[in-house]
Design a binder for this molecule. Structure first.
Ligand code: NOJ
Ligand code: CA
Length: 725
């Protein structure tokens, strides 16, 4: 990338004019216009096939002016006028230079929905300068056939060395009162059900959408999170998100209801500041993906976001492998078993609490015998790993008290023999997946990280599920602030040093960073299956996630629940899993992830062993994917080809109304014969009243075959199509 040279001061006034430049996507469908308004505000607009995606919108920043770490001389004595000038990085700009270029390349992801990704865009880089403060920035636009990415770049310069962001003011002016699939803007959690409403209805529905969480902080009744999916009044599907969130706070969006304009709203730190930057610095990309075909947003959106991230920084990626796993988990989530070993103490402290002589509570699931049962089951059914949660000391009072030193990540409970269990797993050809719950104490995690990863390496673990439940410690900080973003990144990069794959729960929603760090094989960062045991999720939730949360990377959604009546596991838990068994199977295809869990308990898989066969068969890495049908909130049907064979797998998830469809199998290789096994909702299936009713049918098919299928409310179908050799 070329650097811009600024000729400061001299001649800049001459360039002070309203300026317009057009950028087109490679296929010409998108047109972006950049200009400076009369008062020198950087302004852009975006159209797709002549229709408005984003109406003229301003770009820029407000900086903090009074802070001891800022480099403007004698901050507290800066006169008001000067302070105003320093704060303003929104207007008064002139154009210094523009550059255009084109990139067309193809790269191979380490794992993915497809085995190669084309990165094809036209670029416009506009260098602007503020003559009165002698400060510069570059706004770089990349226009793909799927949409736009833009970011701000602060080159090295004498008047902008260290600076603090008060707010980023990137605007996204919508062209109508679109339908949005939104979750409340929140500095701490994304674990919400989606609300479908008009933009103008967000504020009146906000309180209803803002359900409780162990850590949450809303900032505005018109605040929403990205990836935000919309169906526009002009028929377009529009998605707003970000890419390459590195060393910067996560962006939410705040809506101005009068103008229907969204504006970036960054996550502050404990001091209320929104980013400490040092030039040279590039912000994350802001992404606007749009199409008249919803399938394109869900399929190509993630590719655009990966393309805006840097290539892999891990040279040898041979140790990064997709993982299908089972776990000692759902029984704790439902309350059947416990993470804690004992109920004897009101509180515990590591190194102080006497666990050796503590009375076991009789419900501790991570015990040697039970873990061995899971290892045997995993081995017998071809799973790669067994997640075991609650194996280490400290779970008796693990969150809610802002505890700093809550876990040490290396000390097992008396009934969990790390060495013996890993040796047993090894003898059975499976791995144990490590679990590091941090309780949001990122300081404590960093304190232990090297030792914890070394402990994993020494004992044969190669993947870790981490978690950040509860408020962030150090206290006052948020899950999505710049500091905490840097923590997640630190944990990922350090894990790579130890050849460890990471699956972080409650961390920030992904923004394609897994291209650069492909050992980040999963995140939760949305409302996962656990909520089906905490009161249930909306039955169409899984028809929205592929248009929102999945844009930035894979989700550890933990599907595969076969017993929907949670009180069968725990009589005190009356939650219901709002899904049919066929819908649960389809999730292995529709919720793309190189990390997939079969989340239910062994007994339930034994009970429905014929349906379980699909989970055993379905791959976790793909050569190709075809998005066959898609409508956010309503339905999604995807076909995927196994990375290592000619076999195909189809999944359909359905919203709240029953739906019939005809699936053309023309994606199969012509001239080849296949056997399709169809796992479909039975006629009377229903997510609430009859979730376990399914039929399994086997058929010979080829590329000319069509399948007529019906999905129940909250249902779906899953099909495995194996080549007959
Ligand atoms: C929340 C995670 O999402 C869940 O999967 C985990 O079991 C608990 N935290 C405990 O760490
Ligand atoms: Ca969670």
């Amino acid at each position: 990338m070329k650097n811009f040279k600024f000729i400061l001061g001299v001649g800049i006034a001459m360039m002070n004019m309203v300026y317009g430049q057009e950028l087109k996507s490679p296929n010409g469908d998108f047109v972006m216009d950049f200009s400076l308004s009369k008062d020198g505000k950087p302004t852009y607009q975006l159209k797709y096939k002549g229709k408005d995606v984003v109406k003229p919108s301003h770009l820029g920043f407000e900086f903090k002016t009074k802070h001891k770490e800022m480099d403007f001389a004698v901050q507290d004595r800066v006169e008001d006028e000067k302070a105003k000038d320093i704060a303003n990085f929104l207007s008064g700009f002139t154009i210094v230079d523009t550059k255009t270029s084109t990139v067309d390349e193809t790269w191979k992801p380490v794992w993915g929905e497809v085995d190669k990704i084309r990165n094809h865009f036209n670029e416009l880089a506009v260098a602007v300068s503020q003559p009165n403060t002698d400060r510069q920035m570059v706004i770089r636009f990349r226009l793909f056939d799927e949409g736009l990415g833009f970011r701000y770049e602060f080159p090295e310069q004498k008047n902008l060395k260290y600076f603090v962001i008060k707010e980023e003011h990137s605007q996204f002016a919508m062209a109508g009162d679109h339908t949005a699939f939104w979750i409340p803007g929140d500095y701490d959690t994304q674990e919400y059900d989606f609300t479908e409403s008009k933009l103008s209805e967000i504020s009146s529905l906000f309180d209803k959408a803002y359900i409780g969480n162990a850590s949450q902080k809303a900032f505005s009744k018109t605040g929403v999170q990205t990836a935000l999916m919309m169906k526009a009044t002009n028929g377009l599907y529009i998605n707003l998100h970000e890419a390459a969130l590195i060393n910067y706070p996560a962006m939410s969006l705040n809506l101005d209801e009068k103008t229907l304009t969204f504006e970036s709203w960054l996550t502050p730190d404990a001091l209320g500041d929104k980013g400490y930057l040092q030039a040279p610095f590039n912000t994350p990309w802001r992404t606007i993906i749009a199409s008249d075909d919803a399938r394109e947003v869900a399929f190509k959106g993630p590719q655009l976001i990966y393309n805006l991230n840097e290539p892999s920084k891990i040279k040898d990626t041979s140790w990064i492998k997709p993982v299908k796993y089972v776990g000692v988990w759902w029984e704790m989530i439902t309350g059947k078993s416990s993470w804690a070993y004992t109920d004897e103490y009101p509180t515990v402290q590591l190194g102080v609490t006497d666990y050796k002589n503590a009375k076991p509570n009789g419900k501790h699931a991570a015990n040697n015998q039970h873990v061995k049962e899971y290892i045997d089951f995993a081995s017998e059914h071809g799973f790669d790993a067994v997640l075991v949660e609650g194996w280490n000391e400290g779970w008796e009072d693990w969150f809610g008290n802002h505890k700093d030193y809550v876990f040490d990540f290396v000390t097992p409970y008396p009934d969990f023999d790390v060495k013996a269990l890993n040796a047993y797993a090894k003898s059975k050809g499976v791995k144990i997946m490590m679990h590091h719950e941090t309780s949001g104490s990122i300081r404590n995690y960093e304190r232990h990280l090297d030792k914890a990863y070394k402990f994993m390496q020494d004992n044969g673990y190669n993947s870790v599920k981490s978690g950040y439940v509860g408020d962030i410690v150090p206290r006052g900080d948020y899950h999505y602030s710049q500091n905490t973003i840097n923590h997640y990144q630190y944990a990922i990069e350090k894990a790579a040093d130890y050849k460890i794959m990471v699956n972080a729960h409650e961390a920030v929603r992904p923004t394609g960073v897994a291209r650069t760090w492909p050992n980040l094989i999963g995140n939760e960062s949305a409302r996962g299956t656990e909520y089906q045991a905490f009161g249930g999720s909306k039955p169409n939730h899984v028809t929205i996630l592929p248009f929102t949360r999945l844009l930035g990377g894979p989700m550890d959604y933990t599907p595969g629940i076969f017993e929907m009546d949670v009180k069968k596991l725990n009589p005190n838990n009356h939650s219901h899993v709002n899904s049919t068994i066929a819908n649960q199977l389809a999730l292995y295809v529709t919720m793309y992830s190189p990390l997939q869990m079969a989340a239910d308990i062994i007994e339930h898989y034994k009970r429905f062993s014929d349906a379980f066969q699909f989970i055993k068969d379905v791959p976790v890495d793909w050569q190709d994917s075809k998005y066959l049908e898609a409508e956010p909130g309503k339905y999604l049907t995807i076909a995927r080809q196994d990375k290592n064979s000619n076999n195909w797998f189809v999944g359909n998830v359905n919203g709240t109304d029953a739906r019939s469809t005809k699936i053309k199998l023309d994606f199969l290789e012509k001239g080849k014969k296949y056997e399709a096994t169809i796992y479909a909702d039975a006629k009377d299936a229903h997510y609430k009243t009859n979730p376990q009713a399914y039929n399994i049918e086997t058929k010979k098919v080829d590329a000319k075959s069509n399948l007529n299928l019906t999905s129940a409310p909250g249902g779906g179908f899953a099909i495995s199509i194996k080549e007959i050799k």
